[in-house]
Design a protein around this ligand. Structure first.
Ligand code: PLP
Length: 391
C-alpha cells in the first residue's frame, strides 16, 4: 500500500531516526559558531586542521584566479586540466604506486571503482563494517556480495574457500573503520588475496594523511608496501580539501578510466579544489605534517585514556576516532543534545549506521585541539554521562 511522503517522515521520527543538518558559521576550526553560540567541535574529520590552513587557502585562491572556478566538462571530454595531471602524479608519488586516478568524492570513487571491477558472475567480499559507499558500489555492480564478520580474516578465509566462484573475486575493506576507529588486518588480507587470486581494495578515507611515519596511511603504518591492488583515499578528511583517488597500477588506471561510470559521466574537480589538495599533500609530507600527526596522536591517546578512566566503555582502537558506547538510541541522542547545550558538539550514532544497542558518541580528535579544550570536554562528557546513568 502506498504511503504518503508525510507518513514516511512521521515513521522516521517515530523510530527516533529523524536527521537534520546544523549550520556552522565561519570556517572549520576547533571552535566554531553554531546557531549563534561557540561550540567545541569533537565530530569533524578535519583531523590535521588543514581545512583552514593558509597554504591551502592561498593555493586554492590562486588557482581560481589563474584557471577559473570550473573545469567545464568531464575528464574524457574537455575537463582534463594541468592540475588534474599534477595531482594524479603527486598522489602516485605519495602512495608509491605506478599511477593514480582522481574521483569527485569518496562516495563516487567507491561506487565507480567497485562497479567497474566487478559484475555479474563475480563475488565481492566485504567487511561487515565497511562504509556505506562500498556497499552501494557492490549493489550497483550486480556482483554477489558476501559480507564477512568484522576484521575476521579466519572467517574470510573460509568464505573464500566456499564462495570464491569462477569469476573475479574482490576483497574490500576500510583501512580505518569509520565508526569504530580500529584498523583492518591488511597483512592477513594481502596473504588471502594472493592465495585465492583475488583483488584487494583498501578504502583509507580515515588513515590517509594521519597514519604512518609519512602519513601515507594504514598500509604504511603496518609496513605493507605491496599486494594492495587499489588504494582508495579521500581529500575531504585529514587532507582538508575535497575529492578522492584510486592509487593503482597503470593498467588498472586505464581500466577504471574506461569503465568507472562515476568518473566518466561527471564534471571533473575544479581548479581551486585540485590546488588545495596539492598543497595539502605538501603539508602532510613536510615536518609540519609530521608534527601535526604527533599532536593528533597525543590528543587521541590523552582523550581515550581520560574517557576510560572515567568509566566509559570504548572499543579497542588507537586512532583519532574514539567512540564512547552509550547503548540505546534515546540515551545517545539525549547525551549529544545535552553536550551541545553545554557547548560541545559530538555526533550521536544510531541505527542503521551501527547495530541496535551499539549506539555511541563518535568523538573525533583534531591536531588543533588544545589541552584545555580536551580537559574541559572530558569533564563535561563525564558529568553528563553520570547524569544519564551511562557510567
Ligand atoms: C567519508 C568516507 C567516504 C566518502 O568520502 P567522501 O569524499 O566524503 O565522499 C568513503 N569511505 C569512507 C570509509 C569514508 O569514511
Amino acid at each position: 500500500m502506498e504511503i504518503s511522503i508525510r507518513q514516511e517522515l512521521e515513521q522516521i521520527r517515530e523510530r527516533g531516526l529523524y536527521r537534520r543538518t546544523r549550520l556552522v558559521q565561519g570556517g572549520q576550526s576547533a571552535w566554531v559558531e553554531m546557531d549563534g553560540t561557540k561550540v567545541l567541535l569533537l565530530c569533524s574529520n578535519n583531523y590535521l586542521g588543514l581545512a583552514d590552513h593558509p597554504a591551502l587557502i592561498e593555493a586554492s585562491a590562486d588557482a581560481a584566479r589563474r584557471f577559473g572556478v570550473s573545469s567545464g566538462a568531464s575528464r574524457l571530454v574537455s575537463g582534463t586540466m594541468e592540475l588534474h595531471e599534477r595531482l594524479e602524479a603527486a598522489v602516485a608519488r605519495f602512495k608509491q604506486t605506478e599511477a593514480a586516478l582522481l574521483f569527485n568524492s569518496g562516495y563516487a570513487a567507491n561506487t565507480g571503482i567497485i562497479s567497474a571491477l566487478a559484475g555479474r558472475g563475480d563475488v565481492i567480499f566485504s567487511d561487515r563494517l565497511n562504509h556505506a559507499s562500498i556497499i552501494d558500489g557492490a549493489l550497483l555492480s550486480g556482483a554477489r556480495l558476501v559480507r564477512y564478520p568484522h576484521n575476521d580474516h579466519g572467517a574470510l578465509a573460509r568464505l573464500l574457500e566456499k564462495e570464491r566462484g569462477n569469476g573475479r573475486a574482490l576483497i574490500v575493506t576500510d583501512g580505518v573503520f569509520s565508526m569504530d576507529g580500529d584498523i583492518a588486518p591488511l597483512r592477513e588480507l594481502v596473504g588471502l588475496k594472493a592465495a585465492h587470486g583475488a583483488l584487494l581494495m583498501v578504502d583509507d578515507a580515515h588513515g590517509g594523511g594521519v597514519l604512518g611515519e609519512q602519513g601515507r596511511g594504514t598500509a604504511e603504518m603496518l609496513g605493507i608496501t605491496e599486494g594492495i591492488d587499489i588504494l582508495m583515499g579521500t581529500f575531504g578528511k585529514a587532507l582538508g580539501s575535497y575529492g578522492a583517488y584510486a592509487a593503482v597500477s597503470q593498467e588498472l588506471r586505464e581500466l577504471l578510466l574506461n569503465r568507472a561510470r562515476s568518473f566518466i559521466f561527471s564534471t571533473s574537480l575544479p581548479p581551486s579544489v585540485l590546488a588545495a589538495s596539492l598543497a595539502a599533500l605538501e603539508v602532510v609530507q613536510s615536518p609540519e605534517g609530521a608534527s601535526r600527526r604527533d599532536r593528533l596522536r597525543r590528543n587521541s591517546d590523552l582523550f581515550r585514556d581520560s574517557m576510560r578512566s572515567a568509566g566509559f566503555t570504548l572499543p579497542d582502537g588507537t586512532t583519532q576516532i574514539v567512540p564512547i558506547m552509550t547503548g540505546q538510541a534515546d540515551t545517545t541522542m539525549k547525551f549529544s543534545e545535552q553536550l551541545l547545550a553545554e557547548g560541545l558538539y559530538v555526533q550521536g550514532i544510531r541505527p542503521p549506521t551501527v547495530p541496535a544497542g551499539a549506539c555511541r558518541l563518535r568523538c573525533t580528535l583534531m591536531a588543533t585541539h588544545g589541552d584545555d579544550d580536551l580537559a574541559w570536554a572530558a569533564e563535561r562528557i563525564t558529568a553528563v554521562g553520570r547524569c544519564l546513568g551511562v557510567i
